[in-house]
Design a binder for this molecule. Structure first.
Ligand SMILES: [Fe+2]
Length: 288
């Protein structure tokens, strides 16, 4: 571990946390499918097919994500699709399962305390991408983590270790309070599709002060999923690494020169028919 460009490539073992205890404490089995991905793929498909109507598609996009009823212009455009295109439109499947939880981390008498921000049903999550046509600016709703996970001692211990990294990278700020969002994600591939990707938007920033773009908790029967960090100042990739279980990348994000992406995953052994990559992602924003 070492800091270069405010990037820390870590293994949780070096933070005094055993990967097996994380696997045992955090269940990925009960995660719900992220259906936002289906709708976002459909909106992108429509925007490609009806390029001149892109503006109206983006204007109605939030309603499309929120409602069960179709917004009028999107409905009209779906009806204009050819039979073949309509089949493609309705064939998108979810490819990741996901939940989210938020925490406040405060320094009290020089000790970090982590408290849960409870969210009963679903949490709105928005990113702030640079490009106006990047659909991640839409408000997506994700279910909360199950209580055993969001209240687990081990998750809070991890969060404290990351806040310590944040202080190491930003020691002149004398940070006292941080909001942390944790994303629990399972990217799933089966034999009906060639590959799936956790950053379908390509190189991006998440819009937080610092992030753990990925901490890999478990992987099964996959190839790919290589994390790549690009430095806009140097105009080159400065890190490319396929994270193993227990490994992660902590780095600066918003207003920095560091952008990130991860390559798609494929089945390693196609005869097994299923593969997955389970990760945690974290967003850190200073409050004080
Ligand atoms: Fe990201």
């Amino acid at each position: 571990m070492g800091i270069k460009y405010k990037i820390i490539h870590f293994n949780i073992n070096d933070l005094g946390i055993d990967i097996n205890s994380v696997k045992n404490a955090l269940s990925f089995k009960s995660l719900a499918w992220d259906t936002n991905d289906i709708k976002i793929s459909q909106l992108k498909f429509l925007a490609r097919k009806f390029y001149n109507d892109k503006t109206v598609i983006f204007q109605e996009a939030q309603r499309y994500l929120d409602d069960r009823t179709l917004p009028p212009n999107i409905k009209k455009l779906i009806l204009l699709l050819s039979e073949e295109d309509r089949q493609t439109f309705y064939a998108y499947k979810p490819f990741r399962k996901r939940s989210i939880s938020r925490f406040i981390v405060k320094s009290i008498n020089n000790q970090w305390e982590v408290s849960n921000i409870e969210s009963p049903e679903s949490t709105n999550f928005t990113q702030h991408p640079d490009s106006p046509s990047d659909l991640r600016k839409l408000k997506r709703r994700f279910p909360p983590m199950d209580l055993a996970t969001s209240h687990s001692f081990i998750l809070k211990k991890l969060i404290i270790r990351f806040v310590e990294m944040l202080c190491e990278c930003e020691h002149e700020r004398k940070i006292k309070k941080v909001e942390v969002t944790c994303h629990q994600m399972s990217l799933i591939i089966d034999n009906t599709i060639n590959s799936v990707c956790n950053s379908p938007e390509g190189l991006h920033q998440d819009g937080s002060d610092y992030i753990v773009s990925a901490l890999v908790i478990d992987k099964y029967n996959i190839d790919g999923g290589t994390s790549k960090l690009y430095c806009t100042e140097r105009e080159e990739f400065i890190k490319s690494h396929t994270l193993n279980c227990g490994e992660g990348l902590f780095h600066i994000d918003r207003n920095s020169t560091i952008w990130h992406k991860v390559t798609p995953i494929k089945l390693k052994e196609p005869s097994i028919k299923i593969g997955y990559r389970n990760i945690l992602g974290f967003d850190f924003n200073y409050i004080q």
